[in-house]
Design a protein around this ligand. Sequence first.
Ligand code: FAD
Length: 456
Amino acid sequence: RVSVVLFTSDLRVHDHPPLRAALAGADAVVPLFVRDRAVTAAGFDPPNRAAFLADCLADLDAALRERGGRLVVRGGDLVEEVCRVAAEADAAEVHLSAAHSRFAVRREERLRTALEADGRRLTVHDAVTVAVPPGEVTPASSDHFAVFTPYHRRWAKAPLRAAAAAPRRVPVPDRVRGERLPRRADIDGLSPALPPGGEREARRRVTAYWRSGLDDYERTHDDLAGDATSRLSAHLHFGTLSPVELVHRARRRGGPGADAFVRQLAWRDFHRQVLAARPAAAHADYRTRHDHWRPERAARADIEAWREGRTGYPVVDAAMRQLRHEGWMHNRARLLTASFLTKTLYVDWRVGAAHFLHWLVDGDISNNQLNWQWTAGTGTDSRPNRVLNPVAQGRRYDPDGAYVRRWVPELADVDGRRVHEPWKLPGPERAALDYPDPVVGLSEGLARFRRARGRP
Ligand code: FAD
């Protein structure tokens, strides 16, 4: 008996319920990854994520080979390819992790129908790409939580399945062939400092972070220059780490740092349960509608300045340059750059979300779109009209300006906190800097925001 395990956003061998279930019920399995042409057609595999994915597949293949197997990679229409592989392997069953976006849910439905028409079964496993699956905790009056704090209270008490070890052996039948694995080296347009992907790297990073970082997380996570967060987001996105295992490990560690870290993992599940219940929130305003953003044409120069990191606001520019260079940005930097685009420049959140999705190696429909909506005031923030002032944010989270100086070399010689307001430097000093004036004054931006939101 043979089963197929279809890998999607769960590119690991540790704590992988579909793989374990398949091995328990069959003599051999076909570990399959399909490069779905619909994902490419939708532009959802930009260079940074395509390269990280290539690393993940290579590493998964290596882990399976160590266990006597290998990874089979195919390209094309995912449903057709899975049916073809199942037929070639004469598999009775296909195992898959539950997904939560509209695209993935529809794809899963199509796959189930096609397999059943061939007399095969699809088994979908929960709690593989999230710790607490969407719908598992709900308020009395709705199918999902729209506010994080009550969600978190329930999430923290929800039962968590035990994490499973990696299988020792993964026998794979010879008769199923795959194509050559994609390679990072073949992909152009990458961020120069893009991190490596793969489960081994993910587990190494967890061990290192547990050794030095986690215990201080609560105190240091907002320090831009300190760069003290876990940087596990891309691994969670591609599933080289199990969120269930991570929550267990952090809870075992305990203490304020681990508690604060687990709370961030709850944010991840929170956004997924919002998206699962309201798939349209990936592109439409979730709670509060705002239709009167500045037209893109009128704001084009401001949008370009924001994308390129030359708005004249040092901490915004530093963050936007970090994004391009590393394919990653600190959470505090994401918050303040998103607030600047939507609430100071008054540009539609979708414009910013698309730019982030192009560059972010952890770019994720639920986390990205719903965090953008949170910041723009259309989503789940209970204070939708809060505006983050980029100068105040800079002074608070980059008090001596080290983050700005790291990413904006034009300001490298401006000392201390003055680096956050270069326009206030004495005339000759200011004139010597090759750095732009602010694209808009903060009071002008605020006035525009208040007018648009109908607030005094
Ligand atoms: P840590 O601080 O170490 O947190 C641990 C993990 O918790 C993260 O890896 C992540 O999986 C999760 N997490 C942390 N903060 C959040 C959050 N606010 N919402 C959901 N999950 C969270 N995260 C993504 O994974 N993909 C995105 O596309 C994404 N886009 C964002 C866009 C905006 C405008 C904002 C404000 C935030 C976005 N985030 C996104 C959330 C957050 O910024 C990143 O998860 C975090 O910066 C990743 O760094 P880290 O792994 O070091 O996080």
